[in-house]
Design a protein around this ligand. Sequence first.
Ligand code: FES
Length: 315
Amino acid sequence: MSVNLVVKNVSQVTDRIRQIEFADVMDLSLPSYSAGAHVDFDLGELGSRSYSLIDWAQPAEKPKTYTIAVQREESGLGGSMKMHELSVGLNITCSNPSNDFELADIDAPSLLLAGGIGITPIISMMAKLNSQGRSYKGIYTGRSQDFMAFLPQLQNSFGENLELFFDDQKPLDLQTLFKDIDPATQCYLCGPKGMIEVAKSAALTNGLADKNIHFELFAAPEAQSDDQPFEVELSSTGQVFTIPVGQTIIEVLEEAGVDVMFDCQRGDCGICQTEVISGTPDHRDVVLSKDEQAAGNVMQICVSRAKSARLVLDI
Ligand code: FES
């Protein structure tokens, strides 16, 4: 189901980050959500873009507004630029909220690590933990202080529970962060792919169980300059599709009316995982471990591509 919104407020947070607040077009209550949830905005021919909902207190049962923050990516595919064009009074449609990054309902300490604009779901999650009086530590890291959003509000809201790191002044050492960590800790990671991979590996090396590590990529991995077209053969029908540069396997199959399961389209939820019968995948997800990626038996077809000319998939 979709939700019809009107832009209520726009404010510039940093040079590249803009906060946008939406209300229902009829000023009704909006569908409720939990901390860590996102909505997908319909951007017409550009497709949809996911943005996490920001709450500085526990989300209301009947919210009157949704708030997001969008970082402008000049070299992206145009979605963030389009979101930056929104001004007060314009209408836009989004999906109902969904949450692939829910706080575990477990009485254990939480460690929340945000990189760059990945802070947005982490704000709502820390706010919820705060309101429940639960034990947590937030880490927010970015290239430099000037690029990081909401610093004064974050320090006011979360005080000593939040520690800031800046690559140019006080870089974060992930091995130190996870050293001697309580193995019961629930760890939440949100940021770029590189940060999630390194943090996940540091957490595992220091004794955290895989099931205690939760993560959400902030954006789908960007196309790479050496991407090539490749073919996908469906084992069930023998149909062959060409996947051009700039399109994903899911996008091509969907356009052709092939029914496939997917959710995040960023390579972090695992819903689209598909068995590879032959061919060599070029993995771009953060779901599979390095060993699973090397084995090449399965792949996430929302982001991963091929190193071989053709993949035969169990579809
Ligand atoms: S749809 Fe989430 S990993 Fe592919």
